[in-house]
Structures are given as C-alpha cells and as structure tokens.
Design a protein around this ligand. Structure first.
Ligand SMILES: Nc1ncnc2c1ncn2[C@@H]1O[C@H](COP(=O)(O)OP(=O)(O)OP(=O)(O)O)[C@@H](O)[C@H]1O
Ligand SMILES: [Mg+2]
Length: 247
C-alpha cells in the first residue's frame, strides 16, 4: 500500500538546512493498523504530511499503491490525495459554520457529486459513526468526542484506501479517547482501510497491531513488519458490512 525508501526531508530555516527526516524506510501493507510514536519534534507530522501527499520528500522514494508519488505533478498529487487518503486531526478541523452533515458531505461536493446523493452518503456515514441524531448540529454544539466522530465520517465518506490520523485522541479525555480509538479499530477491521495513527499515548499505540517509533528523524522501532500470512484480528465490534456509501 505505501512504501517509503530512504525518505529525507530538509527545511531551510534562515541560512541553515535542518534535516528533519534522515532516511526513513518502511512498508505498510493494505489493511494494516499502525501507530507512529516519537517525542515532540521527532518528525511524525512531517512524515505524515509526506505520506498524505501534503508535502514532498527532499530525497528518497515514496510509492502509494505502486504509484511513484514523489514525481507526480502537484495537480496529480492533489488528485491522488483526494481519491485515496482521508485525514483526521487532533483539533478536528471541522468548518464551524456548517452542520455535521454538511461537513461530512463537503469532500463529495469537491468530487462534483449531486446534492441529494451527497446528503444521503453523508447521512449514512454519520449513522455509521453513531452521530445521525446530531446531523444538524454545528461543531460548537458537539462535544470533542462527537466532533472527532464527525471528522472520521468526513475522512471516510470518499472511500479512501488510507486513513491518516495525527493525534486523534490528543484533545480528548481517556474515556472518550478510547471510544474514538475503538471507532478507528472498528473501521479498520470492517472496511479494511489502511490506518496510520500518530500518538503520544502508549495506551493507544498498544492497541494498534503494529508500532513504529521515530527518534530524531530516524525510524528506531518497528515491532511488526507487514506479514501477509498473519490474519487480521477482528475488532469485537466489527461488522462485516460493505461500505455504506457503496450500497
Ligand atoms: N515548515 C517547517 N519549517 C522548518 N522547520 C520545520 C517545519 N515543520 C517542522 N519543522 C521542524 O521539524 C521538526 C519536526 O517537526 P514535526 O512537526 O514533524 O514533529 P512532531 O514529531 O510531529 O512533533 P509533535 O509531537 O510536537 O507534533 C521540528 O524540529 C520542527 O521545528
Ligand atoms: Mg506533530
């Protein structure tokens, strides 16, 4: 699904070059659930921006679904990102003036899907994440956990093959954070969406099937290189259903 080979990222800060990623190599297979840990400043968000096609490596190779992502034009890169990748952030990044439903429908608008189909699909996803009864609330009328559920629905409505989350439980208390993590696990197990979660919380990382550890721009730990022979461990809440939007 994704392959990084000796990925480097250097930022120019004034007169000096700062190497933030110093040659990172790993492969993540389709359907994996992976956490990335590392101290503040170790390069996690920089790595996620590259994996998410929001930024380019300074050197090294990055392939997603066999496609060489680093050499694509910015337009093709954006197109690939819109089709393949869903994002979830610590601070939700919902648009404050839109209802939960319209926030979830927005990625479909950019795909030029008609109003009615957009609303139906968005509603199906809100239902899937347990938020159907809050569809017409604005973000400021929702709790943090509820906002994150809406953000997860928005990330999934376009049927991405890769779901990237940067500290998705960082703004939530332990119990609500666990519920959100359970939702990620359920979506990973039932949809097979490849999921990468950046976290500071060892309790969150412990519930992912594979853990990567970054230190000072280098990958220093990987406890489960992808093994196709290993069956996925289903989440207890996982329902073997198709993508609701596809129904
Ligand atoms: N656009 C930029 N220009 C210059 N330096 C940057 C830029 N973005 C990040 N950095 C530097 O790169 C390093 C890694 O940043 P990054 O945001 O990837 O860390 P992180 O592991 O996500 O940290 P945190 O846990 O605090 O979110 C930091 O030292 C940061 O100052
Ligand atoms: Mg970060």
């Amino acid at each position: 699904m994704i392959e990084l080979q000796d990925v480097r990222k250097t930022y120019r800060v004034g007169p000096v070059d700062v190497e933030v990623l110093k040659g990172v190599t790993f492969t993540i297979g389709a359907g994996e659930l992976v956490s990335i840990m590392g101290t503040s400043g170790s390069g996690k968000s920089t790595l996620m921006n590259i994996v998410g096609l929001l930024d380019r490596p300074t050197a090294g190779a990055y392939r997603i679904d066999g496609q060489d992502a680093a050499s694509l034009s910015p337009d093709r890169q954006a197109d690939l990102r819109n089709r393949k990748i869903g994002f979830v952030f610590q601070s939700f990044h919902l648009l404050p003036r839109l209802s939960a439903l319209d926030n979830v429908a927005l990625p479909l608008f950019y795909r030029r899907i008609g109003t009615r189909a957009r609303r139906e699909q968005a509603m199906a996803w809100l239902d899937r994440v347990g938020m159907a009864d809050r569809a017409h609330h604005r973000p400021n009328e929702l709790s943090g956990g509820q906002r994150q559920r809406v953000a997860i629905a928005r990330a999934l409505v376009g049927e991405p093959s890769l779901l990237l989350a940067d500290e998705p439980t960082g703004a939530l208390d332990t119990r609500v954070g666990q519920e959100v993590l359970d939702l990620f696990r359920e979506m990973n197990a039932s949809l097979g969406v490849t999921t990468v979660i950046i976290t500071h919380d060892p309790g969150v990382a412990a519930q992912c099937r594979r853990r990567l550890l970054l230190r000072d721009g280098l990958l220093v730990g990987d406890d489960g290189a992808f093994d196709k022979a290993r069956p996925a461990r289903p989440h207890p809440a996982a329902k073997p259903v198709a993508h609701p939007a596809a129904a």
